[in-house]
Design a protein around this ligand. Structure first.
Ligand SMILES: *Cc1c(COP(=O)(O)O)cnc(C)c1O
Length: 374
């Protein structure tokens, strides 16, 4: 059997090696390493794929979130509502900008922020909501948009795990995640669904003014060279990464389908046991399975994980500690905050290998290993 990994970027590369190598060599020959044609081409192609007006590339997904928040003109102490059950970057940038993160519950079935919890957390200081499309499935954006409109709040989507995912509105229309709120932020970290060979990120928006601001902030606050209007930062996607991403973008739909096929295999394999809750699928969202995350019921997770390790099956806990329990947020006095559903998930979730290069033999081996341990 081929070796098992959480993500097999090596096999994926080898399938498209000729295209990738040529794209990289072309950039090297051009020596346009920063802001070269490859960056513009990729941004245009991504905007076309997502059907969004503006794609503003930047250095990584964390920067995308930070720059998006910087562009909104918020004041220190303004409150930003976010799930506690997420990767640290989502919440860290809020604190970094001297804004106040307000941690709320997620829906235990979808793992995404609970709109009812958002509504309850709104105060006169609330300025923005940052939903996370966790594991590759969209948060309930229709409900979130309604709340945001009612209370005049900004919506910044953390789309780092769900690029390519479609959200379906009740009127029958669909939009790609990351193009629904005021700004959508994504990451091209190598293990993400659209992964570079290094760091990368992007912001999406349909708002012309906001796009201009995002672009300016990512470029030292300048529109015209050496005339700096606002305090910004230096956050660029480099041309080599853009060229690689442009090659991989053409495969993104196929990559999503390969992940969905893996998920379908697992769903079926685990359908006979109540000890495993397989990912729940909402009608309003597709699922692009950045992670295949199950909930263990009545199973000792540590022993289960150790058993998988012993059999050579990789697994990961995303995430073992909710954001509001992290030491970095002690300053906000949120340690005592009770988020029972979030706690429930952090104690029971475990993610199994899912990537674009898995074969039936590997899937059967993993499924057998899982079933033998519960
Ligand atoms: C990966 C990730 C980020 C950060 O992206 P980087 O490119 O690593 O900075 C932010 N939010 C979520 C949910 C992520 O999974």
């Amino acid at each position: 059997m081929r070796p098992l990994y959480m993500v097999d970027t090596h096999s994926q590369y080898h399938k498209i090696k000729h295209q990738v190598d040529k794209a990289v060599l072309d950039v090297m020959e051009s020596t346009a390493f920063i802001n070269g044609k490859a960056v513009k081409d990729f941004s245009d192609h991504l905007a076309g794929y997502l059907n969004v007006k503006h794609v503003i590339p930047c250095a990584n997904g964390t920067d995308a979130l930070q720059i998006a928040l910087m562009a909104l003109g918020l004041q220190p102490g303004d409150e930003v509502i976010t799930p506690s059950f997420t990767y640290i970057a989502t919440t860290e940038v809020i604190a970094l900008l001297r804004l106040t993160p307000v941690f709320v519950e997620v829906d235990p079935e979808t793992f995404c922020i609970d709109p009812a919890a958002i509504e309850k957390a709104i105060t006169p200081r609330t300025k923005a909501i940052v939903p996370v499309h966790l594991y590759g499935q969209a948060a309930d954006m229709e409900s979130i948009l309604k709340i945001a409109e009612k209370h005049q709040l900004f919506v910044i989507e953390d789309n780092a795990q769900a690029i390519g995912c479609d959200f379906h509105f009740s009127d029958g229309s669909s939009r790609k995640t990351g193009t629904i709120g005021h700004v959508g932020c994504t990451s091209f970290y190598p293990s993400k669904n659209l992964g570079a060979f290094g760091d990368g990120g992007a912001m999406c928006t349909n708002d012309d003014l906001l796009a201009e601001k995002l672009r300016m902030i990512a470029n030292h606050g300048q529109k015209e060279r050496y005339y700096h209007e606002v305090v910004g930062c230096n956050s660029r996607l480099d041309s080599i990464q853009a060229a690689i991403l442009d090659v991989k973008l053409a495969h993104l739909d196929a990559y999503c389908q390969a992940r969905q096929a893996v998920a379908a295999y697992y769903d079926n394999a685990f359908s006979g046991t109540e000890k495993i809750r397989t990912p729940f699928k909402e009608a309003y969202s597709d699922h692009v399975y950045h992670q295949y995350t199950i909930i263990l019921e009545g199973v000792d997770r540590d022993a289960f994980k150790a058993g998988l390790d012993k059999k050579g099956v990789p697994s990961m806990i995303y995430y073992p500690v909710p954001a509001h329990k992290q030491k970095m947020f002690e300053q906000f006095g949120v340690d005592a905050l009770e988020l029972p559903l979030t706690t429930y998930l952090t104690e029971r979730v475990i993610s199994l290998p899912v990537h674009t290069e898995m074969d039936e033999e590997q899937l059967e081996f993993i499924a057998d290993a899982v079933l033998s341990l519960i």
